[in-house]
Design a protein around this ligand. Structure first.
Ligand code: SF4
Ligand code: SF4
Length: 306
């Protein structure tokens, strides 16, 4: 293992990161871009039209930082050490703690600065959902893990309940991990999805509860919401059933907020501006604004009669 890699990995692990990958930057393969374009052309990205933009930057990541030579991938578990009440309206695990954009950005900036002072000076750009960058593809290229049929990155030994963040850096870093296992013939997530949103060809976001309750604006297309069950914001079912998540590593950086662990029917019945602020400010749940949270609340209350 190169000394640069081991020094950077040691600093990142000390800061609470669960896995670190390195990969020289290059053009994304034509076949990967072709798969992405086909997925877009089939409208499987639903209303996430921002994904249609900046295809050139996605294929040529050096356009995001011309002096970049490599990518450092950080994976941080968000698997919560505590669970929501069994009767609580379900919130996806990633959203229970502090807004990950802020936490991951701070982590990336802190790591970048420590690399400059303790390892070698470098130019860098930190990315947490903030640039057109195919992060799971690059994570797979680094050898840190693989993309499962549920479309999340799986890091064996850690799981898939992960936030990813990347540093584009001018340092020349080689990958030091071989590509790990795969799904083999497991189809558990495909079979467990209550919406039929997963197939061998990937995710159809227009049927996925994550998309519908978080990203979609306005009414939910007819016939879908009755299958949400107790899910109020997001859905973890395909990850919950994944064998790689049998003993997920608990997060040390993302601790759930008490008001979300104990979310209840009354919170949803009385969801006005003040309650929305009390419950969701400081979390990533402000991605859905009050009208769409009210929509989710109405669906929850009609699916879960007292
Ligand atoms: S998050 Fe839920 S609805 Fe979406 S693909 Fe996974 S199991 Fe299906
Ligand atoms: S549940 Fe099975 S098929 Fe789905 S991602 Fe996990 S290992 Fe792969």
């Amino acid at each position: 293992m190169s000394s640069l890699n081991s020094q950077i990995r040691a600093i990142a692990m000390e800061m609470g990161v669960d896995a670190v990958g390195f990969v020289p930057i290059s053009k994304v393969s034509d076949s990967e871009i072709a798969v992405f374009k086909t997925w877009l052309s089939q409208d499987k990205h639903a209303g996430m039209t921002y994904l249609e933009r900046y295809i050139e930057q996605r294929q040529y990541p050096q356009l995001l930082l011309p002096e970049a030579s490599s990518v450092i991938i950080l994976a941080v578990s968000y698997y919560p050490p505590q669970r929501q009440d069994l009767s609580a309206p379900k919130v996806a695990k990633y959203a229970l703690g502090r807004d990950y954009h802020k936490v991951m950005k701070k982590l990336l900036m802190g790591l970048a600065e420590r690399i400059s002072t303790e390892v070698a000076p470098h130019s860098f750009r930190a990315i947490v959902d903030t640039a057109p960058f195919l992060e799971r593809y690059w994570a797979e290229q680094s050898g840190i893990g693989f993309i499962g049929h549920h479309r999340n990155l799986i890091v064996p030994g850690v799981g898939s309940f992960l936030f990813l963040g990347e540093l584009l850096t001018s340092l020349r870093l080689e990958s030091d991990q071989s590509r790990p296992l795969s799904c083999n013939d497991c189809q558990k997530c495909l079979k467990a999805c209550p919406m039929g949103a997963l197939t061998d060809e990937g995710l159809n976001a227009s049927r996925c509860i994550n998309y519908l309750t978080i990203e979609h604006r306005g009414a939910i297309p007819q016939g879908l919401s009755s299958r949400f069950g107790r899910r109020f914001y997001g859905c973890d079912t395909c990850q919950d059933v994944c064998p790689y998540n049998r003993s997920p590593k608990s997060s040390s950086l993302f601790i759930p907020f008490e008001q979300l662990l104990h979310l209840n029917r009354m919170d949803l019945k009385e969801l006005d501006e003040n309650r929305y602020a009390d419950l969701f400010y400081g979390t990533a749940m402000t991605r859905a604004k009050l009208p769409d949270m009210r929509r989710n609340a109405e669906i929850y209350l009609s699916n879960n009669l007292e």
